[in-house]
Design a protein around this ligand. Structure first.
Ligand code: HEM
Length: 242
């Protein structure tokens, strides 16, 4: 009788065969290891992006009709997991700050035109979250869910914990958006540390280009919460004057 092994289940051999460095044979061991580190980090990011985009897609589905009895809780779980995984993705970029510049400079020419800007999964993530001017699928699904519950997103924000799971979903959406923003900020800092104001391998101006692309998703939700903030501030009893 055969039993499934760890290596078979996870296809470890295939996985570990995917890190093909491009530095020439004449490169030192340190340079090859630095490039290996660079590849592993990017591949790990792509794996986590796969989970993140699947989870966000599932969260949007759970907030879209037809609704099952557990769908609101499911959407919340998917969003909370995504927020946690964006923290993991952020830590990957922080780890790459330990890539020695002299070694990076030696293998960078062999990247040719390859650039993170070509990451299809990252673009999918950006589309799901939406930009500052246009909401994505996730927020539109959340609006439908609130309508289904007979209240608006404005009321969810105003009621706060009184709106139950809908309020927790709104909170988690912002955790996800802030995690995405944090990743972009950390990536920008890493790029600035590694290549300063030099062009990217994808042909962009590098740091300037990336800085312009840093966005905070869910602008409407932030706007509505700001209004709640203002209303709460005005409701406070006026400070007693001595
Ligand atoms: C030494 C490390 C890194 C450097 C120097 C670097 C550099 C850059 C530069 C210059 C760009 C702008 C596009 C271009 O012209 O190439 C860019 C974009 C991007 N990089 Fe990196 N990167 C690094 C690490 C990473 C890692 C670990 C990831 C994880 C997947 C990543 C993902 C991306 C993504 C998704 C974009 C597009 C961002 C957007 O559209 O706003 N990069 N990178």
């Amino acid at each position: 009788m055969t039993t499934l092994t760890y290596a078979d289940y996870l296809q470890v051999d295939t996985l570990l065969s995917l890190q093909e460095t491009r530095a020439p044979d004449t490169a030192s061991r340190s340079v090859v290891l630095a490039e290996h580190f660079f590849i592993v980090t990017h591949q790990a990011c792509e794996l986590w992006l796969k989970q993140v985009t699947y989870d966000l897609d599932a969260a949007a589905d759970a907030m879209t009709p037809p609704y099952g009895p557990e769908d609101e809780e499911l959407a919340l779980e998917f969003l909370q997991r995504t927020a946690e995984l964006l923290r993991v993705l952020h830590e990957q970029v922080v780890a790459l700050e330990r890539l020695p510049l002299r070694h990076f400079a030696e293998f960078r020419p062999f990247l040719d035109g390859a650039s993170g800007a070509q990451s299809a999964q990252f673009r999918l993530l950006a589309r799901l979250l939406g930009g500052e001017r246009q909401e994505g699928r996730l927020y539109r699904a959340f609006e439908r869910l609130t309508e289904h519950n007979g209240i608006s997103v404005t009321e969810v924000c105003a009621r706060g914990p009184g709106a139950g799971v809908l309020n927790r979903i709104a909170d988690s959406l912002l955790d996800v958006a802030n995690g995405y923003w944090r990743w972009k900020m950390t990536h920008l800092a890493l790029v600035s540390k590694m290549v300063g104001n030099r062009n990217g391998t994808g042909g962009s101006s590098g740091v300037d280009y990336l800085a312009r692309r840093i966005t905070l998703p869910f602008a409407q939700l932030r706007q509505l919460r700001a209004q709640v903030h203002d209303a709460l501030v005005w409701e406070q009893p006026t400070a007693r004057t001595q």
